[in-house]
Design a protein around this ligand. Structure first.
Ligand code: SF4
Ligand code: SF4
Length: 372
């Protein structure tokens, strides 16, 4: 079993959270395998290539490699589509499964959601947090769309004959949990459970927390993102799924949660939020999707909000000092390897670099000739 580290009292989790929207970009950048001509008119929600939809209406103003640029005409003209106004009470188990199969909906770890639901487990556990350090998108999505997500969870509970459904929160997300609490109270079948900020969290460990010492556990563990996918697939409007990103880091005073659109350039978002732009300077390093030093970016210019984009962290540049052989990196490594000599067992959690008193970016040394 992997080691689970409790990351309580991280500076990043204590920052005030600010919620903003950025939904009218000048242009969006999308991947497209099709040969689309310049100046073609594109409608909002038009499918550009399989599972890629335009979130704005406008003209194709640039085509390069496998990307296109759509310049916004700010008219929000939509293609007529068969968006369904579904009535949750009338939805059947079969309809949910058929929809998920038709849309090939997968979980974050690439499993087919329909197959998982068909396994008919006894307990449904829903993770209402992001796995990666510093991100707060998942609890925010739940707090903003509480009513629709909770009613769907309750429906899944009864249609798939679960005996129990547990919403799992991290205690650090207390502010957001308070916002959902009142609504959760109206669903007697839905229980909540708070856990410490364990990282990296495995399903095995989640089961041990939820079931305590009962080893006869039989659970399906999903995330709030999966519930969102089910909801929008039932509505036949996967293109309209909300996209939220986190912008934070130790050079910013606050954590910004921004509801935006797929295809928007990060530089355009930053240009519109002056308080962030003013704090970023050459003494920053940018990290993608985690506060920890996992994936460092060289520049922001080509960075675009994609399905996989979850957030960006602006952290102070720090000088690396020589290794003092303190052993902290080894002690925190969840897979029990020596981070000074990383091998393929590494799960790229970034804990070793975070705890290193000499600020050594151990992950970045992997595969290079540089030794610690
Ligand atoms: S070597 Fe570092 S990044 Fe890799 S698993 Fe161990 S602690 Fe995590
Ligand atoms: S790399 Fe850092 S954490 Fe690991 S032994 Fe050296 S100083 Fe300590």
């Amino acid at each position: 079993m992997r080691k689970q580290i409790s990351l309580n009292n991280l500076d990043i989790d204590k920052k005030e959270q600010v919620f903003l929207s950025f939904l009218s970009p000048e242009a969006i950048y999308l991947s497209s395998q099709e040969n689309l001509p310049l100046n073609k008119r594109i409608f909002k929600n038009e499918e550009i290539s399989p599972n890629t939809y335009s979130s704005i209406s406008g003209l194709i103003t640039s085509v390069y490699n496998d990307k296109i640029v759509i310049t916004n005409d700010f008219k929000e003209e939509e293609l007529s589509n068969d968006k369904k106004k579904f009535i949750l009470d009338k939805i059947s188990q079969k309809e949910i499964i058929t929809n998920l199969k038709k849309n090939n909906i997968k979980t974050l770890n690439d499993k087919l959601l329909a197959n998982l639901l068909e396994e008919q487990k006894e307990v449904l556990i829903i993770k209402c947090f992001d796995e990666e350090v510093g991100l707060v998108n998942a609890p925010y999505i739940l707090s903003k769309y509480t009513e629709k997500l909770l009613s769907l969870i309750d429906k899944i509970y009864s249609l798939f004959c679960f005996k129990k459904v547990v919403l799992l929160f991290k205690a650090k997300d207390n502010n957001i949990i308070k916002k959902c609490q009142e609504n959760i109270g109206t669903y007697p079948n839905i229980r909540t459970r708070l856990i410490n900020n364990y990282y990296p969290l495995t399903n095995e460990f989640i089961n041990s927390l939820v079931f305590l010492n009962d080893t006869n556990n039989d659970s399906l563990i999903l995330s709030i993102y999966d519930i969102l996918e089910i909801y929008y697939s039932l509505k036949n409007s996967l293109y309209a799924k909300p996209k939220v990103i986190t912008i934070s880091g130790n050079v910013l005073d606050k954590t910004y949660l921004i509801e935006t659109k797929i295809g928007v350039k990060i530089t355009e978002i930053l240009d519109n939020i002056r308080e962030i732009k003013d704090m970023i300077n050459i003494d920053c390093h940018y990290f993608l999707n985690s506060y920890f030093k996992i994936k460092r970016l060289d520049n922001l210019e080509d960075l675009i909000v994609t399905n996989d984009f979850k957030g960006i962290f602006f952290n102070k540049k720090v000088n690396e000092e020589p290794c003092i052989n303190c052993g902290k990196c080894y002690n925190v490594c969840p897979v029990y390897i020596n981070p000074k000599n990383i091998n393929d067992k590494c799960i790229k959690c970034g804990l070793c670099s975070y705890y290193c008193p000499s600020n050594i970016s151990l992950l970045e040394k992997k595969g290079s000739d540089e030794h610690v």
